[in-house]
Design a protein around this ligand. Structure first.
Ligand code: ADP
Ligand code: MG
Length: 450
């Protein structure tokens, strides 16, 4: 496991255990920068976060880390490079009584790994997640018989874990006898590694083959883990043959997971695949209102719209923003208006949450290379225009996940193959050419700051 994967696995578990507000405040922009002599070096954005993690969260973090990698005996927090992205300290200090919260929140069931907070009741449905939600409901009513496996994919913070956990909780509620287990892929992988090391493969297999519902989150992390893939393949087959339910999530569809054994890929595609899209503006407002209501808070229409406009692609961040406003209201006893909200959310919004449009990207690229927007959009074959155009196409794909046909159309009705070609070309070059990487970095900065 790389440091990055290890930290991802830790964050995945931490997140199950603490409130979103705390998670956003204390774990954003943290990473394991290195390991030495049994110490994990965790870099954090500022001194404030360092002190909090040391004093409040060190024990549970270490426990999780140690569970994933027995070699790790301690953690050193350093204010480091991940911090560059973040400005000074959080604007808010959380009120005293929340200091104790993290202990009360450790409610995850030890057997099933299910967190009672993730249920269907608190899951908001809109056009962007209707299909995966419907599939999840169907599976929870009749596990093992409708869609098997159920494979849900979508971007970060869009509700995959919530949905997977909700199925688990619902099954436990309705079928007391069924054995349900939720695991992150990293946790599963580390169990495989430990079972091999301790010669406990047999009992490992027996344990998993006894499951009625096996839920594995973030299977994109199976990439490159051959031994884990192999063990999972066998468990998958046994469960599948016995009509036991398997539920999986990933940040991308099965065919886009790199170095995944073909036989696993075809298993993953063999049931129901449903993707969670990005909520549109109205849905984002609806999510904010529903969440505020659940927490007994309410804000001006304008404030909801401001948040929904500023954060477009991540429900976790929507929730984090809302929670800040709720805390503000509690402390100050007054509702934040848009100006206050802007201020409170400044450092949450300093990262990728700005409003990015295809127009903005194209304009910025044109400006950067001293061209006119229409030059880039038209069909000129001049070298000094072709290249910026390719870069613009690359950025539309990278930053907005635009489809290739869309990108083609956007550039004066070009064919999608032109868009694919441009994207791949720049992608390859960026990997090799430091200068180009920097150049594109500068353009991105301008897109974000304009
Ligand atoms: P993912 O696993 O896709 O990264 P999560 O399931 O962890 O995303 O969701 C991030 C946060 O957003 C969680 O707090 C979750 O409860 C919340 N969330 C996501 N989707 C919804 C939804 N449709 N309704 C309510 N809350 C949601
Ligand atoms: Mg998740």
């Amino acid at each position: 496991m790389t440091n990055q994967e290890l930290w991802q696995a830790v964050l995945a578990q931490v997140q199950l255990n603490i409130s979103q507000a705390n998670f956003a405040t204390w774990f954003k922009n943290t990473e394991i920068s290195s390991q030495k002599e049994g110490l994990a070096i965790v870099s954090v954005p500022n001194l404030f976060v360092k002190e909090w993690l040391e004093n409040k969260y060190n024990k549970p973090i270490l426990k999780i880390l140690h569970g994933l990698n027995e070699g790790i005996k301690g953690i050193e927090y350093v204010v480091g490079k991940a911090g560059l992205k973040v400005v000074n300290k959080p604007i808010l200090t959380l009120p005293e009584e929340t200091n104790q919260l993290e202990f009360l929140e450790l409610k995850v069931n030890k057997e099933t790994n299910l967190n009672p907070r993730y249920v269907f009741d608190s899951f908001i449905v809109g056009p962007f997640n209707e299909l995966p939600h419907a599939a999840a409901i169907a599976v929870s009513k009749d596990p093992g018989s409708v869609y098997n496996p159920l494979f849900i994919y979508g971007g970060v913070g869009l509700g995959k874990t919530h949905l997977l956990q909700a199925i688990g909780n619902e099954v436990v509620k309705n079928f007391a006898k069924k054995k349900v287990k939720y695991l992150s892929t990293e946790k599963f992988a580390s169990e495989v590694v430990n079972a091999i090391k301790n010669h406990e493969m047999e009992s490992f297999k027996v344990k998993y083959r006894a499951m009625d519902v096996l839920i594995i989150d973030d299977v994109q992390f199976l990439a490159g883990k051959e031994k884990t893939q192999e063990e999972f393949f066998h468990i998958f087959n046994v469960l599948y043959e016995a009509n036991k339910q398997i539920i999986l999530s990933s940040d991308r569809p099965p065919k886009a997971i790199q170095s995944l054994a073909e036989r696993l890929r075809s298993r993953f595609e063999g049931g129901m695949t449903a993707d969670i899209g990005i909520p549109d503006f109205e849905t984002r407002v609806a999510i904010l209102k529903a969440k505020a209501q659940m927490k007994g808070a309410d804000f001006n229409e304008e404030v909801y719209e401001f948040i929904a406009n500023s954060i477009q692609r991540n429900i976790r961040e929507l929730e984090g923003a809302l929670n800040r406003l709720i805390v503000y209201q509690k402390i100050n006893g007054q509702q934040p208006d848009v100006e206050v909200a802007k201020n409170l959310l400044k450092n949450l919004l300093s990262s990728p949450a700005k409003l990015i449009t295809s127009r903005k990207i194209i304009q910025t690229v044109a400006e950067f290379y001293d061209l006119k927007e229409k030059d880039i959009l038209m069909s000129s074959r001049k070298k000094e225009i072709v290249r910026p155009r390719q870069i613009a196409m690359y950025l539309l794909r990278e930053e907005l996940k635009s489809s290739f046909p869309f990108i083609g159309r956007r550039f004066n009705g070009k064919d999608h193959t032109t868009a694919i070609h441009s994207y791949r070309k720049i992608l390859n070059e960026v990997a090799r050419d430091k200068k180009l990487e920097e150049e594109i970095g500068l353009i991105k900065e301008r897109v974000l700051s304009s």
